[in-house]
Write a protein that binds this ligand. Structure first.
Ligand SMILES: [Zn+2]
Ligand SMILES: [Zn+2]
Length: 307
């Protein structure tokens, strides 16, 4: 799918505001999210679906606390020296190769650790808010328990309004269907023959908190690599995902399409899917391999009794 770029300023961050049926077919209505541009546009789609899928990942600084024990203990609020904050984030639109990243400046990192307990991640947090607000579907790994609630906390603290509603695909939940010995991104990707994560150690976080520009850069690249590895995993896993947001509702043609990838190249299978009372046609997507089923039964049921 080609990137939806603003026809005026050519920035790729544009917000699709629905579509309208015209004589030339369905047209996309959109508005550029660049605050200096905000151009409204109206054009014939080049894509079959208008779903904007965003991959993202964040790296955070740990809390700094007083502790009486090196074992896990409850740390009460007065024991806090400095709360967590966002060091950097990376994101990628699914139809683009480009990794979008934002990272604290050395000064912002130093400000976050200057003992005033006012962290300085507002600039990069606001940037991520705008990106997430433009997404229809957000893809993360472990984002339902980590990245999304963490970012919601930052958005709330900085007085940002709630994001426009989006669907969330968390690969950690998808991985429950597969018996990997380790469900971490590095282990899963390596088991599947991929590259895995860039190796790190806790020094990286210490150097970032000290505002070391070399390590801030390294952390940002590390985060970007995670996003790209997550993206590969997403494309490998989604044909298996029967809970994936239905691309049919984002279709620009209105033709039957694969619920996970939006392809209209489907083959009806000879074997039907059977419930207790009905049979449904099954299809194979020739593009991604997913097997969706029809919503309508294949024939009038002859089943009279159940249970
Ligand atoms: Zn623009
Ligand atoms: Zn498909």
């Amino acid at each position: 799918m080609p990137v939806i770029a603003c026809p005026s300023c050519k920035k790729t961050i544009t917000n699709i505001r629905g579509y309208e049926n015209t004589k030339e077919g369905r047209k996309i209505k959109g508005q550029c999210l660049n605050p200096k541009c905000k151009t409204n546009y109206f054009r014939v789609p080049e894509t079959r679906t208008m779903a904007r899928i965003l991959h993202f990942d964040i790296e955070t600084a740990p809390m700094e606390v007083y502790a009486f024990s090196n074992k896990t203990e409850f740390i009460s609020a007065p024991m806090l020296k400095r709360d967590w904050y966002v060091i950097c984030w990376s994101a990628n639109w699914d139809d683009s190769e480009k990794v979008i990243s934002a990272c604290q400046t050395p000064q912002e990192a130093k400000n976050s650790n200057d003992r005033t307990n006012q962290v300085d991640d507002k600039r990069i947090v606001e940037q991520l808010w705008h990106l997430l607000d433009a997404a229809d579907i957000v893809v993360t790994k472990n984002g339902k328990t980590f990245d999304v609630p963490k970012m919601n906390e930052r958005f709330l603290c900085y007085g940002l309004p709630p994001l426009t509603q989006y669907r969330h695909v968390d690969l950690q939940i998808n991985l429950r269907n597969f018996g990997f010995s380790w469900k971490g991104l590095d282990a899963v990707r390596k088991r599947m023959g991929g590259e895995g994560k860039i190796p790190t150690d806790f020094t990286w976080w210490k150097e970032c908190m000290a505002g070391n520009p070399e390590y801030l850069k390294k952390m940002s690249l590390y985060c970007g690599k995670d996003v790209l590895e997550n993206k590969i995993l997403y494309h490998d896993i989604r044909p298996w995902d029967n809970q994936h947001p239905n691309m049919g509702v984002y279709s620009l043609t209105g033709n039957p399409c694969c619920p996970v990838c939006g392809s209209e190249d489907l083959e009806e299978l000879s074997v039907t899917y059977k419930t207790q009372t009905n049979t449904y046609p099954q299809f194979r997507c020739r593009e991604c391999g997913h097997v969706p089923r029809g919503r309508k039964t294949t024939k009038k049921t002859t089943v009279q009794l159940v249970g």
